[in-house]
Design a binder for this molecule. Structure first.
Ligand SMILES: Cc1cc2nc3c(=O)[nH]c(=O)nc-3n(C[C@H](O)[C@H](O)[C@H](O)COP(=O)(O)O)c2cc1C
Length: 401
């Protein structure tokens, strides 16, 4: 990693400019937010401010943004199967169309960023079709693959033909960092950076083995960051750490830099922007959220998660019982809703919902009724965010331009 004072005319800031695989950016990463919340417009706008925009990967093909593309593919299939398109074919259309969406998202984000900053993509281990999503992003000229919701053990092997693309795992404690560093060493690969995400504050799926573990000491950033830095130092490794910790303002950022972070990752604050792919109702729920409006629960992906109580889907699923269900998309490797799992070994009960559709209902362009079936993921920082702003205003405020 090279570090120098940022001298881009456009950014004029005293923050260090960080260079990864030759790409220079401000030390601010907009976190990946699925499904389609961190779309090309958001990630491209963030990169356009010389920071790092992260695209989401799975599920674009069922959002309103790509409805016509998906519908077009189904109409073609109906010509071939006039008596009904088999489930496997519809599933193939969902995945194949999504790869087209990934290419489009990268192309459009790159276009509006006009070559400034960096563009990353978040591809989750917990999703099916992982390898094809990664390869498609690599072929489409992404700068980095960021991968969590499971250990991305195979990522160096999958991307071996793309040595110029940075590989960045998302982890929650020093133990996880040790595991991935040791595993990737077998491929001769050192992570280009590591996202350390604190589950006591982050939004969406959380890296913890149960709801009761979200606030465990070893994953609190104040503990996990020094422990991680100590481990890396003992191994003689200089890997930049990106911290995800409910950051809202410059004071939060400076606190993280003082603890030893190289970059900060911000999700929720970028969700409440003009540019994000969230529906207006979702953005407004975020900016009026109080502490009591935030729910920690076990998701159908069998991971703890954080969302707003305002999410319409929570009323829909009340009283639903677990049983195996027909699923066209089959988006998750483990799904309690699809597979009829009523309880985890620790006794916690996963939410019985199709998360893919619930998240897609939370995106812009849906009919107003969609909010009654939507899932609004959020981080705890929602309680400190009171206005919907533009990406430029947020970044200007953070860097003091
Ligand atoms: C709406 C929403 C969706 C998210 N989706 C993803 C995702 O698809 N993959 C992922 O790795 N993290 C996801 N996250 C986590 C964020 O990228 C971020 O790391 C985390 O929320 C911490 O930042 P924050 O405290 O500023 O929100 C999501 C967060 C939110 C709020």
């Amino acid at each position: 990693m090279n570090e120098s004072i940022c001298i881009h005319a456009e950014s004029e800031t005293n923050l260090p400019e960080l260079i990864i695989k030759g790409n220079a950016s401000l030390p601010i990463v907009q976190g990946g937010m699925g499904v389609g919340i961190s779309n090309w417009r958001l990630a491209g706008a963030v990169a356009g401010e010389w920071a790092i925009g992260t695209l989401s990967a799975i599920g674009h093909s069922i959002t309103p943004a790509y409805k016509l593309l998906h519908k077009g593919a189904l109409i073609e299939a109906k010509k071939q199967y006039p008596n009904g398109v088999p489930k496997e074919v519809r599933q193939g259309i969902f995945y194949d169309t999504n790869l087209v969406c990934i290419r489009e998202e990268i192309r459009k984000a790159r276009e509006i960023s006009e070559g400034r900053g960096s563009l990353w993509i978040n591809i989750m281990m917990a999703t099916n079709d992982y390898e094809r999503q990664v390869i498609t992003a690599c072929e489409s000229g992404i700068d980095a693959i960021v991968s969590g919701a499971g250990f991305p053990f195979a990522l160096p092997e999958i991307t071996k033909n793309y040595p110029n693309i940075a590989l960045i795992p998302i982890l929650a404690n020093a133990r996880g960092v040790k595991v991935i560093v040791k595993k990737w060493a077998k491929y001769g690969k050192i992570p280009d950076a590591i996202v350390l995400e604190d589950p006591s504050r982050a939004g969406g799926h959380l890296w913890a083995s149960g709801v009761t573990k979200i606030h465990d000491k070893e994953t609190l950033l104040e503990i996990s960051l020094p422990e991680t830095l100590e481990f890396l130092q003992s191994e003689g490794l200089n890997i930049p750490i990106i911290v995800a910790w409910g950051i809202v303002d410059r004071a939060d950022m400076d606190r993280m830099f003082a603890l030893g972070a190289s970059w900060v990752q911000i999700g929720t604050r970028f969700l409440a922007t003009n540019e994000s792919g969230a529906s207006q109702d979702f953005k407004e729920s975020v900016i009026r959220a109080k502490e009591s409006d935030i729910r920690e629960y076990i998701s159908n992906a069998m991971l703890p998660a954080r969302a707003l109580n305002d999410s319409g889907i929570f009323s829909v699923i009340e009283g639903r019982t677990a049983h195996t269900r027909e699923c066209v998309e089959n988006c998750l490797t483990h799904c309690a809703f699809r597979d009829g799992v009523s309880a985890l070994p620790n006794g916690e009960t996963p939410a019985q919902m199709c998360i893919l559709h619930a998240l897609a209902h939370a995106t812009e362009g849906n009919k107003s009724e969609a909010k009654n079936r939507a899932l609004y993921f959020t981080g705890t920082s929602a309680t400190r965010i009171r206005t919907i702003e533009s990406v430029k205003d947020i970044i200007d405020g953070l860097v003091g331009r």
